[in-house]
Design a protein around this ligand. Sequence first.
Ligand code: ADP
Ligand code: ADP
Length: 226
Amino acid sequence: EPAVAVDSVTKRYGEGDSGTLALEDVSFEAHDGEFLVIVGPSGCGKTTLFRIIAGLEEPTSGEVRIHGDPIEGPGMDRGMVFQEYLLFPWRTVLENVKFGLEQQDVSEAEAEERAMKMLDLVGLADEAEKFPKELSGGMKQRVGIARALAVDPEILLMDEPFGSVDAQTRDALHDELLRIWNETNKTVLFVTHDVDEAVKLADRVVVLQPSPGRVKEVVDVDLDRP
Ligand code: ADP
Ligand code: ADP
């Protein structure tokens, strides 16, 4: 079974013909350990697709399966990273990363240890006691990645995660993400409108056409990775 199967997903917002057809019959698979990028122009339904795979939104028809099992809402098997970071401003960096672990049956000591390990992974162990507003955009998103990975999800879902940082920071975060992906062997689904970013990061690229979003082509990227 593939890690993620998106099977004939159609999404219509609103009622009948007056509604917006955001996605039409979208199907593709992501395999275990693969770095899959979903690329397409603004308005093609990328965020909608991300939210459906995350379980935050229900498709009008079709389904998403994780290792063969249809998803039922969000789950700990999928870690999420958003463009706007969505860190809790009233929590420290460490408390942000611990968040998902607190929903699980994990002792306080274990949660702390695991969160610190994740901050180490993204190079932010020294910032553990800071608050999000004290961090740069790039650092905030590294916290976002650490938080998403803390519960050890099988799949990392990322929606334009580097869309709010400058070009130089973005390049550094690309390298960082590829290193983390190598170290953790996660399946990554990464959504972007930026074709260069897609080609730089992906094993495979799912190209969506402009609205309504349909799969135009699926491209294997031949990369010489270090
Ligand atoms: P992208 O992320 O590729 O820019 P979106 O998934 O945000 O695309 O949007 C796809 C289409 O669905 C657009 O036409 C958008 O206006 C519409 N849409 C997105 N979210 C909603 C919503 N909550 N209600 C109604 N229409 C929506
Ligand atoms: P919990 O897991 O108990 O919700 P949080 O650290 O997430 O712990 O939140 C602590 C409290 O702060 C909650 O009661 C929450 O409702 C409240 N809160 C919500 N939004 C904000 C905010 N923007 N700033 C400060 N406190 C907030």
